[in-house]
Structure formats: C-alpha cells, structure tokens
Design a protein. Structure first.
Length: 219
C-alpha cells in the first residue's frame, strides 16, 4: 500500500518526504485554508517537493466550471491530480478531464455505489472517507473493504485505485493495508505515529549506553 500525506502544510511535507515514505500528497479546500497561503503558491511548492501524485481540489459545483478549474490546476505541474466531489457534476467533470488525459481523484465517497460510479466515469482514484463514517456511527473500514472487493471482481475493466481517506489513527492505516486498499492518505501526526514504538526507543537507548561504555567510535 502506498502512503500519501494529507496536508497542505509545505514544511510538514518537506520534513516527512525526507524519510522516503511519502508517495504522494492530498489537499482539500479546508487544508489549504488552514495554511492561510495562496493556493497556487502552495501547490507549486508541494509539486516541487513530491514527484508523486498531488491532489488539488476544484471548488466549483457545475461540471463546466469544474473542468475549467481542473485544467487550470493541472497546469501547475504534471503530477497534479484534480480532486472532484462525488456529485453528478463531479462525475461528468471526471469523465471529461480523464478523456483529456488529466488524472482525477473523486472524493467525498461514502458508499460502494458511489465508488462504482466514480470507476465507471473513469476516475484514476476514488477516496472513501473512513473517519467521517466512523464519526456518524458507521463502519468506515467496511466501506473500504466493499470497494476493494468490488473492484477486484473487475480487474480488467476497473483501473480506479482505492485511496482510503479521512484516516484518523494508526489502526485505520493498518486495516486499510490489510484490506488491500491501494493507498492511504494520512495526516502528518498519524504518519509520525506509525514510526514510533517504545521498544525501539528503549532498545536504542540500551545499544547506545553499551556502546558508550566501550569508549570506541565509528567516526
Ligand atoms: O483529504 C480528505 C480527507 O482525508 C479528510 O479527512 O479528517 O477531514 O475527515 P478528515
């Protein structure tokens, strides 16, 4: 499973990308608003830092303007993926942009039926929102499991990749990988938590103390 980082904070991306574990980035209007910075400046900087797919979301609600916004966003860099909401117009815009060779990520997916439609429209990625379903008492990971299972039945005709989004904690990431999601997009704090284990810290402390006691150096 690939890991994308779910943020528009360029400094966070710079720090995390240095580890080599960041395959791509997803942004949305809320995440861009949080930075307080101009959208295009943020996107240009992110695309320079990460060569993998960088999702940038349209803010129009009619297909024609979504397509125009998508074309403008795609001009930023070849790795831009245009994020579109899972609405009737979002699907039309997805279909039109993909035909032009612009990759799309259909977002705000809350049902297997919606995911199937995104795939039929030709989306490169579909983003089921796990945490937001959990928030309303539903089983977010159940949605990921359903979509992965459905898409597996049609490997030849469905190329759409399942991008587990609205990930809130480490267990979500592990479960998404267990279920076979293609990608999980993970907030920076959760990505850092994936790295940590108290036994790693304790073990390292012991190795270093024992090494210091020898009085030797490698360099
Ligand atoms: O980028 C979309 C998504 O990951 C949003 O997550 O935590 O706002 O539900 P969240």
């Amino acid at each position: 499973m690939q890991l994308f980082v779910d943020t528009a904070d360029v400094e966070e991306i710079r720090e995390l990308a240095g580890t080599g574990v960041v395959d791509g980035v997803t942004t949305n209007p809320t995440l861009v608003a949080k930075t307080g910075r101009p959208l295009f400046q943020v996107l240009e900087e992110i695309c320079r830092l990460v060569p993998g797919p960088v999702s940038a979301e349209v803010t129009a609600t009619d297909a024609g303007t979504m397509v125009a916004e998508g074309r403008r966003l795609a001009e930023v860099a070849p790795n831009i993926v245009v994020k579109l909401p899972l609405t009737r117009d979002g699907l039309e815009a997805c279909h039109r942009l993909e035909k032009e060779g612009i990759r799309t990520n259909v977002t705000l997916c809350f049902s297997p039926a919606q995911a199937l439609l995104a795939a039929r429209a030709g989306a490169s990625y579909v983003s089921p929102f796990v945490g937001r379903l959990d928030d309303v008492g539903e089983e977010g990971m159940g949605l990921v499991a359903d979509i992965v299972a459905i898409f597996r039945n049609y490997r030849e005709s469905i190329r759409t990749r399942v991008l587990a989004a609205s990930i809130r904690h480490v267990a979500h990431v592990i479960e998404a990988a267990r279920l076979g999601a293609d990608i999980a997009t993970v907030p920076p704090a959760v990505l850092r938590q994936l790295l940590r284990h108290p036994l790693t810290d304790l073990g390292l402390e012991r190795f270093l103390a024992d090494w210091r006691a020898t009085g030797q150096r490698i360099l």
